[in-house]
Design a protein around this ligand. Structure first.
Ligand code: PHE
Ligand code: ZN
Length: 883
């Protein structure tokens, strides 16, 4: 299954490897300029494999320095080597043998940040998905499980800290100022979970005793001087470990748990066994440098990587098509953790928000793929919102369908049955089918059929009969992925709400088996359900908790939505009703504007937002979610076709101003009441919620005033980063030409110049500024002394700020935004293909733009596609996007 450049890998071609690897022993000799790696593999031909079959190992940009079989050098006619492969003939037919492979690496030149590389002088590795083959020739696939022993040698001054997976077993000094450390990982693991780190690092230490009494040393390593900023991350780690013991019965299984924060990292973080490596963005923070969203992000990612220890590491994936087996499940687990630690409805709303913003466009555009794909060219491009976030939704649906107890029993069985395995989605589902004694084959379609099903709902009330008749229909279109469209099992949670704001206990006619408790189980293309005994017309609160990842199509009157936004006893339901009302109003206005000129959203709709902001029966964080207008990209998604981002931008800003006008007094007094209390900062969810509400009112008030005064004042008085960023965002986005805004930007830079994570915010904010001269400014930012294209966070700040968070500039009518982004992507691609490819997905919705923009986008993409040296990563995205 080795991938040639451009070759398509197919799930149906899966075969186990011809050889097994029992044991891996590695020695790393780390030097400035190069690293020598000696790998000793204890291997054996798998039973039943032909005796003459050669061994083919994966490599990637490797250079072989030595090769020995059972201690004797392999003669050149018995092997064929290339940077991406090593083929050896004449191996023993049955017996175990040892293969010793020497490779020389150049970590300083590794800008792809896959394999062994150096970040600010620190040696570190990234092996998922296929980075281990950049360290040594190997059967680099997740179903090859082995135990590892690692010895690291380095200059003691350059790398006083030497870490690897598992437990430390020995360390000591060597001649010439060098030293060594040895680590053994007793657990079977695939190569993608391998990691080493070496460098001058500070450490924050702690410890914990697990539920069965195992003592675990915890450590978070950072660049010098920053360890204190890992305090919150350490706290989140301990809470995660505690939670997984109680909620899922999962205990930690090594003597140490190490986390290292690295500044050059392609993704968020990585769950290497016992040695998590993190993008420092998800470890380092304090109130002066991080927003409340950053705190929540750290908590989530720390938990996520820790939870992988069981869902991903102890039980891993058979092949990369099963990626959602570990990712979807682990996202589900981290979301549950945050829900328990913070507010469940607030967390759920923010997840639904993210799902619709990130996954829906993917599922409805050219990059569509099933949660479990069946083909890929470049696996790096499948770490997607569909695999992660929709993958999590599928696990959540399973929990909804089975109920809490049976779901937990299924998880228990999964852990018991598959511990130490490289498993598949079928294995996973079989555990739940067994514990619930249910046929889950229809449910399994969710993993294989791409696209977002439409759920069309209609209702009619018969006052005389006292019945409410609901009709539900599901429909799935064949999209870009071309997968099946069979009806699936859709759990639809609902409530019937009385005028008093309480759920009415509804009876489904003749004990309809499709209704159980508050859930309708829709398993057919269409279903009609009758509720009886209703002496008033209830309000239908549909798809509560977003119980299935579907597109809801429901002709719901404005009056019903207004009433539900006010009355639904279910917090999610209130948010849903209001958000749909506001979103549809904005989308309708934008469509109409494109046809017949300027439009507005009604005062009734805006009034409902003001009312929600002021409803003290709700927690502030929820009110903040209810009264934030949808973003421009979100409105564009609702408009769906012939989108004009310019109009959406103007419409949204005007609506913000009208909201500020209408809410004026209410908003101002709320802001005064919610003022940050003097004294110690609290990162608690409750405090963060108050800040969120206070800060989300600043934008409408400032837009209404047409003056930057409030924002300038808040910026000047800010005592934490959430307040500071909220103010600066309003200044830079609403009042770019004002001197105060420029001054604030300068002040921000001067304050945080030496702090890369805060500087990323400074870069991103300017790239996201919706102004006529933004492109020129962003071009200048590329030449700023602090800009470094090779640093993924910095590259993402500028490219993502523009392409992902600045629709009116990215989609500029003259196509200059598209061309600029493609130009930078081409540069980035030569350094870091994975990050370039990820950024290129900003083009995924180009076909929903108006015809003039479509033409510009296509031209820019075609020009990019015509470049000769595109990486496999970027080419794959560009070509699929154009298809
Ligand atoms: N497996 C990591 C996570 O989700 C993500 C990752 C993928 C990191 C590939 C690096 C490379 O937790
Ligand atoms: Zn993960």
């Amino acid at each position: 299954m080795r991938a040639e450049n451009g070759q398509i890998i197919k799930l149906e071609d899966y075969l186990p490897a011809d050889f097994v690897i029992h044991q891996v022993d590695m020695t790393f000799d780390l030097r400035d300029g190069h690293a020598d790696v000696l790998t000793r593999l204890v291997m054996q031909r798998r039973e039943g494999v032909a005796a003459e079959a050669p061994l083919e190992l994966d490599g990637d940009e490797l250079s072989l320095t030595s090769l020995a079989l059972n201690g004797t050098p392999v003669s050149p006619q018995n092997y064929t080597v290339a940077p991406d492969s090593l083929k050896i003939d004449d191996l023993p037919a049955q017996d175990q043998f040892t293969l010793e492979i020497g490779t020389r690496l150049h970590p300083e030149q590794n800008t792809k940040l896959m394999g062994l590389y150096r970040s600010n002088g620190i040696w570190c590795t990234q092996c998922e998905a296929q980075g281990f083959r950049r360290i040594t020739y190997f059967l680099d696939r997740p179903d090859v499980l082995a135990t590892y022993k690692v010895r690291l040698e380095a200059d003691k001054a350059a790398a006083p800290v030497l870490l690897a997976n598992g437990n430390p077993v020995a360390s000591g000094d060597l001649p010439n100022g060098r030293h060594f450390a040895e680590w053994i990982d007793p657990h079977l693991k695939p190569s993608y979970l391998f990691a080493i780190v070496g460098g001058r690092l500070d450490v924050l230490k702690d410890s914990l005793t697990t539920i069965s009494g195992r003592h675990v040393e915890l450590a978070i390593y950072t660049e010098p001087g920053l360890a204190e900023r890992a305090t919150y991350a350490m706290d989140a780690l301990k809470r995660s470990m505690w939670w997984d013991e109680r909620r899922f019965g999962r205990e930690y299984d090594l003597d140490v748990f190490n986390i290292v924060a690295i500044s050059d990292f392609n993704m968020g973080a990585m769950e290497n066994k016992g040695l998590n490596v993190f993008n420092h963005k998800y470890v380092l923070l304090d109130s002066e440098t991080a927003t409340d969203a950053d705190y929540a992000g750290v908590e989530t990612v720390i938990a996520h990587e820790y939870f992988h220890n069981w869902t991903g590491n102890r039980i891993t994936c058979r092949d990369w098509f099963q990626l959602c087996l570990k990712e979807g499940l682990t996202v589900y687990r981290d979301q549950e953790f945050s829900s328990d630690e913070r507010s469940r409805p607030v967390k759920r709303i923010s997840c639904v928000h993210t799902l619709k913003a990130n996954q829906f466009p993917e599922d409805q555009g050219p990059l569509q793929h099933p949660v479990r794909p069946t083909t890929y060219r470049e696996i790096n491009n499948f770490y997607t919102a569909t695999v992660y976030d929709k993958g999590s939704e599928l696990v959540r649906m399973l929990a909804t369908i089975l109920g809490e107890d049976k779901f937990r029993a299924g998880m228990d069985l999964y852990f018991e049955r598959h511990d130490g395995d490289a498993a598949t989605i079928e294995d996973f589902i079989a555990c739940f089918a067994q514990t619930a004694n249910m046929d889950l084959s229809q449910f399994a379609l969710w993993y294989n059929q791409a696209g977002t099903p439409r759920l069309t709902v209609s209702q009619s009330y018969d006052a005389k009969a006292g019945t409410l008749t609901l009709n539900l229909q599901q429909q799935l279109d064949k999209g870009a992925a071309g997968t099946g469209t069979l009806p699936m099992h859709i759990p639809v949670r609902f409530g019937l709400v009385g005028a008093n704001g309480q759920d009415i206990a509804a009876e489904a006619a003749s004990d309809d088996a499709r209704v159980s408790g508050d859930t309708i189980h829709l398993t057919t293309a269409s279903a009609t359900i009758v509720f009886t005994g209703l002496n008033q017309r209830p309000l239908l609160s549909i798809l509560r908790d977003f119980s299935a990842p579907v597109q809801l199509q429901y002709e719901e009157s404005e009056a019903d939505r207004l009433a539900l936004a006010r009355l639904d006893p279910d917090a999610y339901g209130r948010w849903r009703a209001l958000t749909d009302l506001v979103g549809d109003s904005l989308a309708d206005a934008a469509r109409q504007w494109a046809k017949s000129g300027p439009q507005t959203v009604s005062d009734t709709v805006l009034g409902a937002i003001v009312e929600a902001a002021d409803d003290t029966s709700l927690e502030p964080a929820l009110r903040a979610q209810m009264c934030s207008l949808p973003g421009e990209t979100e409105i564009a998604r609702l408009v769906a076709e012939d989108v004009n981002p310019e109009i959406i931008h103007t419409l949204r800003l005007q609506t913000l101003a009208r909201l500020g006008m209408l809410g004026g007094e209410t908003f101002r007094s709320l802001r005064a009441e919610l003022a940050e209390p003097a004294g110690e900062f609290s990162a608690s969810a409750a405090s963060a919620g108050r800040r969120a509400l206070r800060n989300c009112l600043l934008a409408p008030l400032s837009a209404a005033a047409g003056r930057p005064d409030d924002a300038a004042k808040q910026y000047a008085q800010a005592t934490n980063m959430s307040d500071r960023m909220a103010a600066l965002t309003v200044l830079v986005h609403q009042f770019p030409q004002e001197l105060v805004s420029q001054d604030a930007l300068t002040d921000f830079y001067n304050r945080f110049e030496s702090d890369p994570l805060v500087l990323d915010k400074w870069f991103a904010l300017q790239a996201a500024s919706p102004n006529a001269d933004t492109l020129e400014r962003v071009e200048a930012l590329l030449h700023h002394e602090k800009f470094k294209l090779a640093n993924p966070n910095r590259a993402r700040a500028v490219i993502g700020g523009l392409a992902g968070a600045n629709p009116s500039v990215f989609h500029r009518a003259d196509g200059a935004g598209y061309r600029w982004v493609c130009g930078v992507l081409l540069q980035l691609d030569s350094l870091n293909p994975q990050t370039a490819a990820r950024m290129a997905t900003a083009f995924r919705s180009w076909r929903s733009m108006n015809p003039a923009l479509r033409q510009q986008a296509e031209a820019a993409l075609r020009q990019l596609a015509a470049s000769e040296n595109l990486s496999r990563d970027l080419r794959d995205i560009v070509e699929r996007t154009l298809k």
